[in-house]
Design a binder for this molecule. Structure first.
Ligand SMILES: [Fe+2]
Ligand SMILES: [Fe+2]
Length: 167
């Protein structure tokens, strides 16, 4: 793909992906306010933006999506960078500005990323090659485990009802 178009497709993908989450938040707000039709509209258009984001990303598939070994390695590296470099900087800034809620969100996310890293690492080492095992995701902090759901999330303390199973 030509350079300008590739950049534009990527920009469009990021914009549509952000719109998806923003519109879901708008839908929640509309529900809170009891504006049911606006909530449905936001949800429907969020779904449409998800379609757009996926469609744009599909054009970049060859650039963004490689074979699974490469994708595991790249995902591992991303988690490493974000948990060792980005989040620590974000946490320091949030603490310096007295932004306690952001500091906590960042630090729990950083802790969760280190577990994501370990899961990727194990998958890369093929320790779980032929095994297909469900994973459980804390809906508060993003902690992920392939062990039985804990009574309390080890990162944020959320109860077991807050876990969502993927599998
Ligand atoms: Fe992660
Ligand atoms: Fe959690």
């Amino acid at each position: 793909m030509q350079e300008k178009t590739r950049k534009n497709v990527y920009t469009a993908f990021v914009g549509e992906a952000k719109a998806y989450f923003r519109l879901l938040a708008y839908a929640e707000k509309a529900e809170e306010e009891g504006v049911a039709q606006a909530a449905l509209l936001f949800r429907a258009i969020a779904e449409a933006e998800r379609v757009h984001a996926t469609r744009h990303m599909n054009l970049l598939k060859d650039l963004m999506v490689k074979d699974t070994d490469t994708n595991l390695e790249a995902s591992f590296q991303r988690e490493k960078t974000i948990s060792e470099t980005d989040y620590p900087d974000f946490i320091a800034d949030a603490e310096a500005e007295g932004e306690k809620a952001a500091a906590m969100t960042f630090s729990q996310a950083r802790d969760a990323e280190t577990f994501h890293m370990k899961l990727y690492e194990r998958a890369m080492l093929r320790l779980i090659r032929d095994e297909v095992k469900a994973l459980h995701v804390c809906q508060v902090c993003g902690y992920v485990t392939d062990r039985p759901i804990p009574d309390k999330c080890p990162i944020c303390g959320a109860p077991r009802e807050k876990f969502k199973t993927v599998g």
